[in-house]
Design a protein around this ligand. Structure first.
Ligand SMILES: *Cc1c(COP(=O)(O)O)cnc(C)c1O
Length: 412
């Protein structure tokens, strides 16, 4: 690919404008790098922790120590981190089934949970929470924010778990800041101090100086092929928080009689440790890439979220397109700019767990990993693409040039 001088100039000029925002991002990643380094040192990580294990995995120190490090980094009592958790959806599902019991109510206070959780919560006859007599209520966001005043109306005697989606999912809204989550926690505790507050933390790790578990959230869950895997973890998820809840979740992951006493991994834990170690830096690369692409597209006349100049609270950049064709072109440009499968042309398809057709560009080393450069979109109006990830800032910058050429210059 040879870029026109015009494209190179647009992208380089935009980059110059962002120097201050980049510096702030690097300050956060340095802070988080130190947090992770401290956790490694406090747990005396040695080469033996990275080794492979097999069979039952009793006394698997690689597994146990990885869990302890996550608990330290996220400043909570207990953590489950496992390659055996197949995805973020699985981690979130484990957390919900671990805590909720028949007769309990789950209350979501950030509108609809992520698309793949809908069937988990309110599906019919598929083993959903509803099938197990767990009821569900939802408080929608008000102008993109948690409706703090209404929370108390929605909390009932049997409200057992309150669900907060930190990231935007497939909605035209910004992610929540940790301060906003802290405010909601305060409101909730004033009404019901013992309710379990859960955060879907996908895409939120290492975005700020603190994490939701530091402001009173009880449990949170996420995916290792997003932020905290640093692009190296080949699979997995985590659930962490208060020990009394995490013990229940461990009973769901394996069995109530064995919890986290078992579980081996025959390929070794090195990529999970190293991935977590580099995660703050990788997240910062992705954030800088998101800022660049957001500013470039905004300057070209497209609406983006967050607004240019606004602090990023997750790694996603939403871009609103006028037509379905532009949306598809954008995702194809991202695929073309990828190191893997650059010759593959993505099409919208009926992806399991999603209501609308979805188009996904992910030319990634770890299949579908969205901490690597990727873009996806449900095919519905308004036509919004969600771009995220990038193992290196330089790669996102180059991908940005692909997008400018494909969407703008080739049409003029
Ligand atoms: C990605 C994501 C999930 C689900 O994770 P998968 O790994 O795709 O199953 C849930 N919630 C949010 C906000 C996400 O971004």
């Amino acid at each position: 690919m040879n870029f026109s001088q015009k494209t190179v100039d647009i992208v380089n000029k935009t980059q110059e404008k962002l120097a201050k925002q980049f510096a702030e991002t690097e300050e956060i990643s340095t802070f988080n790098q130190l947090k992770v380094l401290n956790a490694f040192q406090q747990n005396s990580v040695g080469l033996r922790h990275l080794s492979q294990t097999n069979g039952y995995g009793y006394d698997d120190i690689g597994r146990d120590t990885l869990c302890k490090i996550f608990a330290d980094v996220f400043k909570c009592e207990s953590a489950i981190v496992s390659p055996l958790i197949v995805s973020g959806t699985h981690a979130l599902t484990l957390a919900l089934y671990g805590v909720l019991r028949p007769g309990d109510e789950m209350l979501a206070i950030t509108g609809s949970p992520y698309d793949t959780l809908k069937e988990v919560i309110t599906g019919e006859g598929n083993g959903s929470l509803k099938d197990f007599k767990v009821s569900y209520r939802q408080l929608d966001l008000k102008n993109g924010k948690i409706d703090l005043e209404k929370i108390k109306e929605y909390i009932k005697d049997n409200t057992k778990l309150i669900f907060i989606g930190r990231s935007r999912g497939y909605e035209w809204r910004d992610a929540l800041s940790v301060e906003e989550i802290a405010q909601a926690v305060k409101e909730i505790r004033a009404v019901k101090s013992d309710v379990c507050i859960m955060v879907d933390n996908c895409y939120g790790e290492f975005m700020d100086y603190s994490e939701p578990t530091e402001v009173g959230v009880d449990i949170m869950a996420g995916s290792l092929i997003k932020n905290p895997g640093g692009g190296l973890a080949p699979s997995g998820g985590y659930v962490l928080g208060k020990k009394k809840y995490i013990d229940l979740v461990a009973g769901r992951l394996t069995s109530p009689s064995i919890g986290m006493e078992v579980g081996s991994y025959a390929y070794g834990y090195k990529d999970f440790y190293q991935g977590l170690f580099i995660a703050p830096h990788v997240v910062a690369n992705a954030v800088k890439g998101s800022m660049l692409l957001g500013q470039v597209f905004s300057d070209l006349g497209f609406e983006t979220m967050p607004l240019p100049g606004q602090k990023c609270r997750d790694i996603i950049r939403s871009i609103k397109f006028d037509t379905k064709e532009q949306l598809i072109d954008f995702c194809r440009a991202i695929q073309q700019a990828s190191p893997i499968d650059s010759n593959v042309v993505p099409f919208p398809w009926d992806m399991p767990g999603y209501e609308d057709q979805v188009i996904m560009a992910a030319g990634t080393f770890v299949a579908g990993a969205s901490i690597e450069l990727s873009a996806d979109a449900p095919i519905r109006e308004p036509y919004i693409a969600y771009m995220q990830g990038g193992l290196t800032y330089e790669h996102v910058k180059i991908a940005c040039m692909y997008c400018v050429e494909k969407l703008i210059l080739s049409k003029n």
